[in-house]
Write a protein that binds this ligand. Sequence first.
Ligand SMILES: Nc1ncnc2c1ncn2[C@@H]1O[C@H](COP(=O)(O)OP(=O)(O)OP(=O)(O)O)[C@@H](O)[C@H]1O
Ligand SMILES: [Mg+2]
Length: 697
Amino acid sequence: MESSHVIEINNPKEVEITSHDEPALHYHEGVRRKSCSNGEVEGNNINGVCLTWKDLSVLVRDGQTGKNRAILEGVTGYARPGEILAIMGPSGSGKSTLLDTLAGRVQPKTRKSGDILLNGVKRTLAYGTSAYVTQEDTLITTLTVCESVYYSAQLHLPDSMLKAKKKERAELTIKEMGLQDSMDTRIGGWGAKGLSGGQKRRVSICIEILTRPKLLFLDEPTSGLDSAAAYYVMSRIAKLDQHEGRTIIASIHQPCSEVYGLFHNLCLLSSGKTVYFGKTSSANQFFTLNGFPCPNFQSPSDHFLRTINKHFDEHIELGSAGMKPTGEVINALIDSYKSSSTYKEVESKIAEICKKGDVEQDKKKDHASFLTQCIVLTRRSFVNMHRDLGYYWLRLAIYLALSFALGTLFHNAGSSYSSIEARNSMMMFVASFLTFMAIGGFPSFVEDMKVYEHERLNGHYSTGAFVIANTLSATPYLLLVSVIPGAIAYYLTGLHAGLDHFAYYASILFACMLVVESLMMIVASIVQNYLMGIIVGAGIQGFMILAGGFFRLPNDLPDPIWKYPLFYIGFHKYAYQGLFKNELEGVKYVYNDAGVQNVVDGAYMLREKWQVEMGYSKWVDLLIILGMVVIYRMMFWVIIIIVDKVKSGLMTLFQRSKRKKPKLRKKECNAHFSFVILKIRNFPMFYNFTDLVIKSP
Ligand SMILES: Nc1ncnc2c1ncn2[C@@H]1O[C@H](COP(=O)(O)OP(=O)(O)OP(=O)(O)O)[C@@H](O)[C@H]1O
Ligand SMILES: [Mg+2]
């Protein structure tokens, strides 16, 4: 390279470094690079987090072929305090997978091997030390920018910090990300336009840098941003907390020259393999030495990506231009890198970091106490439920319409013997179909779950706080949607007079809605897809309604499955029986039998005609339903914990067996992987595969 081009930036803090071999690079003072004469980053001496990874591979099991496919293969590298490592590569090259793996996030169906060390040792980072801005923005769409960041500040920052300070930190961070003009704009989502994609990206970054983490993972932080915004965002990230060493690892698609100039190290991936890892300033030289010099006036990052992108090979006429197929180019670069001095330098740097050891233990940053988490999450969730029409308001409108419909259909059912059938049918509809519609809020809840999942992975609050907050914030809305439509249907039909009877009826309706919401929480923890979740939830309720003892009386229910356990474990039995008792107990009905007037007791009708269990009071039915609410919510909590444990347990199992047999060949690796899968799916086969693995060398 002979020439260099100079980029002018009118910022006195910017330091320009020009070289005759390299395009002009601009480094920010905050990055502390300029002060080192030997090209080493001064931040190396700063206490912080050194992350190293060696021979990192990630295999994924192809669902159709059943074969393992490597999405990361033998990747080695490091990230040090005060430096920014850029991970670049064509789409699908494994950038997000590398970030996920380094951040300790296990993707489903994947298997990891290789070592990831923090300051040279294997340990997990304390809360607040690391943060991860994922590729997809997971934000509460109904909140404004200011609210989103401020609620997060209250959750992420310790109780010991004054509220005013938290607000100040939130506002400062918003300004640092250039969002001051959009403070009061709602994030927006499906159905409601709010922030642009690039602004959402910046809100996500704001939220994660509130705690000023020492290790920051950023997946495509500049996607959706124009080149100027991308530069300012990246330079502010690099500048934050200049006196503390921050280790930043960012995957990036197409950095402009200024942004590229902010990076210290570059990890270039292609199909999960390292094409280059080393100083950004040496990357150009590496490509030049291998016969791919960066053309004049072309950004080096664009040149690298163009050279290693093989996705469009078949559409380019290679032969005519005398070009090599990209696959061959990539293989040549990978081989050249493996035998280069740069690779050896990387290995020696890793060894040096490991030798230095874990001198400075990271101190756990405090986050909000459990009580504060519950209060803040309840408030945030309440606001979200209020603003999201799909959560409760739409349901309230439909309930009102249905209640009027019920009221007109059963209007003034009367108090005669013949009205019993009509009253019970009306109550059955209320207890099953009206509550059935609580699944309508499932899409909104799934959105909440995504935010919760994201925040939980970053360790901001506990599952317990989420469950409590969701229950508390939903309660007023559920009361509203059960009492108002319930009252309309109750009084239009002319059910049992008396406020106490209505109160019981409304309580049953409220408890049933809580149960259905709790059931849908469990479904959402397993199936995070709107359509599938609604189908599964509706299916489960369909079975419960059928087994509730209305369509088939309890004694007529077939014993296996329908009666035991479905009749007893479904909430419908208790709802029907509680409501029937509430309506008929203590009432006498007169009926005409061949001209003779007879009086029949409501309790007799309940026992003989409706086969209601009369050994206990209607309040026990209500208590059982409320007990179910508690059990279902605890089940949701336990399922999330179990899913986490199973995930990390499987990982540990893989890691242990890998350590015992480090030289498993590819074929045996497949058997090894199958062994764990089959252990879960098919217990007897477990022994055969254990033999196979134990016998393997
Ligand atoms: N859990 C998984 N199961 C199956 N395949 C996966 C899984 N995770 C990643 N992959 C595959 O691994 C490859 C790399 O994915 P990854 O998301 O890391 O790419 P990327 O470089 O981040 O791409 P982009 O720039 O488009 O975000 C892709 O082909 C993807 O389909
Ligand atoms: Mg990605």
